[in-house]
Design a protein around this ligand. Sequence first.
Ligand code: MG
Length: 169
Amino acid sequence: MSSLSPDQYVADVHQIDLAALRVGGVRGLFLDLDNTILPRDTNEVPPALRAWVSELSVLGFRVCLVSNNWHERVRIVAGDLGLDLVAKAMKPFPFAFWRASRLIGLATRECAVVGDQLFTDILGGKLIGATTVLVQPLSVVDLPHTLLLRRVEARIMKGQKPQVPVPDE
Ligand SMILES: [Mg+2]
C-alpha cells in the first residue's frame, strides 16, 4: 500500500533526518500537533521541542502547524512556538495543506508532512505530493476512533521499526 508508506518512519521528531529532507528538495514542514510534537494530554512545550523548532528555522525550513484539532489548545501551542497554523484541517483532505502552503509561500511538493497517523497525515501528504514522515505517537491517550485506526495502522506497518539516525562521522 504505497499510498500509506511514509518516506521516513522515526521514533519522534528529533530523529527526523533533516539533511535527507533537504537533499530531497524539502524546504517546508507541515507539522501535526497531537501526539506528534506534543502528547495529546498536555499544552506544555518542552525545551527540547522549542530547541528543535529553532533548529528548523536556523536550517531555513519554513514551518506550519496543520492540525485536525480545533480547540484553543492549538492556537496556544502555535503562538507559543511562533508558528503559522491551520486548525480544523480535516486531513487527509488537501484543503488545509493548500492553505498552509500559501501561508509559508512554498509549493506542497517542496514540503514534508510530519505526523503520527497513516490515515490522516501520511495519506494526506501523499495526496498533495509532499514528502511524508511518520513518527510514533507520543502518548497512548487519543480519541476513540484514532485508537481504533491505530490497530489497522499497526497491521499495515507490520512490525516495522522506526529508523535510527546514522551518527555523524
Ligand atoms: Mg496526531
